[in-house]
Design a protein around this ligand. Structure first.
Ligand SMILES: NC(=O)c1ccc[n+]([C@@H]2O[C@H](COP(=O)([O-])OP(=O)(O)OC[C@H]3O[C@@H](n4cnc5c(N)ncnc54)[C@H](O)[C@@H]3O)[C@@H](O)[C@H]2O)c1
Length: 573
């Protein structure tokens, strides 16, 4: 296992500058950014990591409410030094599996480095994607549940598969760590998390740990775990329960192992999809007595929280990160724009030019994400919508708005991104043409009615990991990707820099809820204060050597704004 640490540039700021939520004073001017320190990165993309010049000109607001001094923190070691300094070479670390005596070294030897480069240079076709899984030596058949695992310090409180790659490009999290020197805004926080377990999540967990939190983690998707990352986290002392290719039963087992542990009770939840929250509500409702808040990332999970709130059953405050401006404007859009083509290419090697594609839904993921990327590649794109406003946008962006049935016989690719259920049903699947590719970019596997394809007259043929041909009696086949689960996180990689924005928003939401004085947040669902959204964006600007214009006193007065923000009203989207 090789993990490499490389120098990068980032903003250097003080923790006191982190903005707080409602009612806190707007800020004092900021420390200028300087040369940044280090981030965990893979070898192949190291040179392209960050902008060469990263002087920050951003003004950072103050947030005294977030200071904590409790020194308690996670027992594990982070990959990146918590003080933000450059680690010249990673230490030797080993994970042992009692039943197979397998050892992995994180220290890259010359040969190790070579093989790492090789594996990374292949990553466009094989990394952790579906295309790769069938070449991944760690993809053995034995369930991780049947193995006795221990890290090099003898800790066995995790359950993972193994491997060898980690990368990151997350300047704002590095900046948060830097700010936390000597201050631990999450001291005493016990965060239980259920998110995609990727390199980006690892950097988030390390950051939470550096800020004083203890973390236990499970995966929110059975396919998206990067085994190498889970292994590296376990070695670093984190309790992680996840592997790529869990069964449904494994999925809930892992979540349960995260929360059902003697002598440890979570006091914060970080969820993506609402399954962890749902599990605690169902199995351990008493845990909510100690829980100070829930941070939820996905549209689906947020929907569940609003339902709980409406029914008067939400017993702690919750932060809706999904609808924060920075998440919507960056994650849903840029992440999908960059990864939809990647996911399709890796799994099917399809050519996009001239292909007819129908995209269901015209929201953030679809609109500027999938449709824009496919159009740019020369595909002929049709859109379906239920909402006249989004439908009109599709028309004015130059897409043909159709009902699914009108084009289903002719299209080469069908993509769902609605967050809804049964958008593509058996009747549609029956009418598709031979070779039609069907996939989903929404959070849940409910958008395509995959269960309806499990009938005796249809034959399933697995042609690659995550790629099934479903064959009709007349020989027609459709190509189903990731069994209807979200394509990009199951079958490709996603851009780290974009996820850095979401991860930073999550970290700030945890800090805000954990430190909020009694009464600031009630048992309801809240949006992150706008000032924090702006702060997250400002932390990412130095990477682009971007220079923000400052309002003059006269201009600020004219617009009725504080010079340090927030610059837009809370309803701004
Ligand atoms: N793959 C990823 O990386 C990624 C990233 C962010 C969000 N998501 C997920 O993608 C989904 C969509 O997110 P979004 O931000 O675009 O949401 P959104 O609400 O902006 O867009 C969804 C659109 O689908 C439309 N819709 C609903 N039911 C429909 C139906 N039956 N037919 C046609 N259109 C329908 C809605 O009117 C809406 O305009 C969510 O599940 C979200 O969690 C995925």
């Amino acid at each position: 296992m090789s993990v490499q640490v490389v120098a990068a540039k980032m903003a250097e700021v003080d923790l006191k500058d982190i903005p707080s939520g409602k009612g806190l004073p707007a800020g004092s001017p900021v420390s200028p950014a300087t040369e940044g320190k280090n981030i965990v990165k893979n070898e192949a993309s190291a040179s392209a990591a960050m902008s060469p010049s990263a002087e920050s000109s951003a003004k950072m607001p103050q947030a005294s409410a977030m200071k904590r001094t409790d020194p308690q923190q996670n027992g594990g070691e982070a990959f990146v030094n918590r003080d933000g300094t450059v680690a010249e070479a990673p230490r030797m670390k080993k994970i042992q599996f009692a039943d197979q005596k397998q050892e992995f070294s994180k220290r890259p030897s010359k040969i190790g480095r070579r093989s790492l480069s090789r594996s990374i240079s292949q990553s466009s076709t094989d990394s952790y994607s579906s295309a790769a899984s069938y070449t991944d030596s760690s993809d053995d058949e034995t369930s991780p549940r049947d193995k006795q695992q221990k890290n090099s310090k003898g800790n066995g409180d995790f359950c993972i598969k193994t491997s060898n790659r980690l990368n990151s490009e997350m300047p704002a999290l590095m900046a948060l760590r830097k700010r936390a020197q000597g201050e631990k805004p999450l001291a005493g926080a016990k965060v239980v998390g259920c998110t995609h377990i990727t390199a980006q999540t690892a950097v988030l967990m390390e950051t939470l740990s550096a800020l004083g939190a203890q973390c236990r983690w499970a995966a929110c998707n059975i396919y998206s775990t990067q085994n190498e990352v889970a292994a590296a986290l376990a070695e670093g002392g984190f309790s992680v329960f996840a592997w790529k290719g869990e069964s449904e039963d494994d999925f809930w087992w892992c979540i349960d192992r995260c929360v059902n542990v003697e002598g440890w009770q979570p006091n914060m939840i970080l969820d993506d999809g609402g399954d962890l929250t749902h599990w605690i509500y169902k199995k351990y409702p008493n845990m909510f007595k100690k829980i100070k808040g829930i941070v939820e990332e996905s549209v689906t999970g947020v929907h569940r929280l609003y339902q709980l709130s409406k029914a008067g059953k939400l017993c702690v405050p919750a932060m809706n990160v999904n609808d924060s401006v920075t998440k919507q404007k960056f994650d849903n859009l840029y992440c999908c724009r960059e990864s939809i083509l990647d996911g399709l290419k890796r799994t099917t090697d399809v050519m996009f030019g001239g292909k007819q594609v129908v995209v269901c839904g015209y929201g953030e993921v679809s609109r500027k994400g999938c449709c824009a990327a496919l159009k740019a590649m020369g595909s002929i794109v049709y859109v379906t919508e239920i909402d006249p406003i989004c439908a009109l946008q599709a028309c004015m962006d130059g897409f043909r708005l159709v009902k699914l049935n009108e084009v289903i016989r002719q299209v080469d690719i069908v993509i769902t991104c609605t967050g809804n259920k049964n958008v593509v049903v058996r009747e549609n699947l029956d009418r598709m043409k031979n070779g039609c590719i069907v996939c989903n970019m929404g959070h849940s596997n409910t958008e395509i009615d995959v269960a309806s394809l499990r009938t005796p007259e249809l034959t399933w043929e697995r042609v690659r990991s995550q790629v099934d041909h479903v064959i009709w009696p007349d020989g027609k086949r459709i190509v189903l990707l990731a069994e209807g689960r979200l394509l990009n996180l199951s079958c490709s990689t996603v851009p780290t820099f974009v996820l850095s924005i979401t991860a930073t928003t999550q970290a700030l939401a945890l800090i805000e809820l954990y430190n909020a004085p009694e009464g600031r947040y009630k048992q309801d669902v809240y949006l992150l204060p706008k000032k924090m959204d702006e702060y997250v964006a400002s932390l990412h600007l130095p990477t682009f050597d971007a220079h923000l214009t400052e309002l003059s006193d006269e201009q600020a007065k004219y617009l009725g704004l504080n010079k340090n923000g927030p610059f837009k009203p809370n309803y701004y989207r």
